[in-house]
Design a protein around this ligand. Structure first.
Ligand SMILES: NC(=O)c1ccc[n+]([C@@H]2O[C@H](COP(=O)([O-])OP(=O)(O)OC[C@H]3O[C@@H](n4cnc5c(N)ncnc54)[C@H](OP(=O)(O)O)[C@@H]3O)[C@@H](O)[C@H]2O)c1
Length: 332
């Protein structure tokens, strides 16, 4: 991997780019998340190969947060190191995000939504990644104890200080989002984007949030679109070693029940009939909704990445396919 990286000259020919709400920013339909597989405990060359393969195929959007690793912070350091080696001349072609909200350092200023925490955390993230600004900075979760005005004023300050180009929120409810959008509009830093969990297995955002974002011209990115790997063929024959469920941290083996696998098998058969893998069908299912700007996938190999990018060859569903899928996922 020592050789100089030169990005593939055809990288913008096949990826689909979608406008993020009513902003000027286009995001790739498939984005790459660095929550897993980019920490100090992961294989550096594998992380580097994944990033190169993603960028070579038009993925311009890389999703990070202060706490990604493990250990927390290490995904940003690994990303920063690869950025310096491979992507230094491509920085203006990249959308790099970070977030603050979850537990990051000791004491009363290391989590949640105070101005103190958000500004200090972003400064740390910029240092770890070796960059002067992030493209999008998110409040990672709503803080019930801090006035929402303070958290939004911190985002506004961060954008106006040039340390982030856009402001976003993540894991906020519809009501909290509506209020945040209003405050940010008043401050003159519109909310660019909302990031939430969304998959065939978790459809909470369909209960009002997606409509509200569309009405306000705010984009939406879905995270964990494959339910951390459950909505793929990964667990159809048990729990493979090295898989996320085998690590039993964020996805527990006991969540992979025989009943769940029976439903996943049915979805898998439908996907195969469509000429797709289940991972592709699960991502296509989200992208068929025009309110979804982008889907952030996580991958542990270049092979998974390529499989996910090929989703874009078929993201439409017949009425009959939709009915069959709803009859399965409504029971999940
Ligand atoms: N805002 C938030 O609070 C928040 C929370 C969670 C995630 N996120 C963001 O969303 C990103 C994606 O989340 P996620 O990693 O949970 O997403 P995901 O795409 O639902 O799950 C990723 C896992 O699925 C498996 N996989 C991926 N592609 C596959 C394929 N084609 N075939 C078979 N298995 C496949 C891999 O599991 P194995 O590792 O077992 O191979 C991979 O690690 C994160 O990296 C992060 O950027 C944000």
């Amino acid at each position: 991997m020592g050789e100089t990286y030169i990005a593939d000259g055809s990288r913008y020919e096949t990826m689909t780019y979608k406008r993020c709400g009513k902003s000027g920013l286009l995001l790739p339909a498939i984005s790459l998340g660095l929550w897993h597989n980019f920490g100090f405990t992961d294989n550096y060359n594998n992380s580097r190969e994944i990033l190169r393969a993603a960028f070579d195929q038009g993925i311009t959007h890389f999703d990070l947060a202060n706490n990604y690793g493990p250990p927390a912070g290490s995904a940003e350091e690994v990303f920063g190191s690869i950025l310096k080696k491979d992507f230094a001349s491509y920085r203006d072609e990249m959308i790099i995000t970070s977030k603050a909200g979850y537990d990051m350092w000791d004491g009363p200023y290391g989590e949640w939504g105070s101005r103190k925490y958000l500004v200090a955390s972003l400064n740390q993230s910029l240092k770890r990644m070796g960059i002067e600004y992030v493209d999008i900075f998110y409040s990672h979760r709503f803080d019930p104890e801090t006035p929402l005005e303070e958290t939004m004023m911190a985002l506004d300050h961060i954008v106006k200080s040039g340390k982030a180009l856009y402001a976003g929120i993540s894991n906020y409810s519809s009501e909290q989002t509506a209020e945040a959008i209003q405050i940010l509009n008043k401050l003159g830093t519109p909310c660019l984007i909302h990031q939430s969990r969304y998959s065939m297995m978790d459809r909470m955002v369909e209960d009002g949030l997606l409509d509200m974002l569309e009405m306000n011209g705010v984009g939406f990115v879905a995270y964990s679109p494959l339910a951390q790997g459950v909505l793929t063929d990964r667990y159809l024959k048990g729990i493979p070693s090295g898989s996320r469920a085998s690590k039993a941290h964020f996805l527990k083996p006991e969540q992979i029940t025989p009943e769940l696998i029976a439903s996943i098998s049915k979805l898998n058969e439908l996907a195969l009939q469509r000429g797709q893998t289940l991972a592709q069908m699960a991502t296509a299912w989200l992208l068929r909704d025009k309110r979804v700007t982008s889907v952030i996938v996580g991958v542990s190999s270049v092979q998974q990445l390529n499989d996910n990018i090929d989703t874009l060859n078929n993201i439409s569903f017949s009425k009959e396919e939709e009915e069959k899928i709803f009859s399965i996922i409504n029971e999940l």
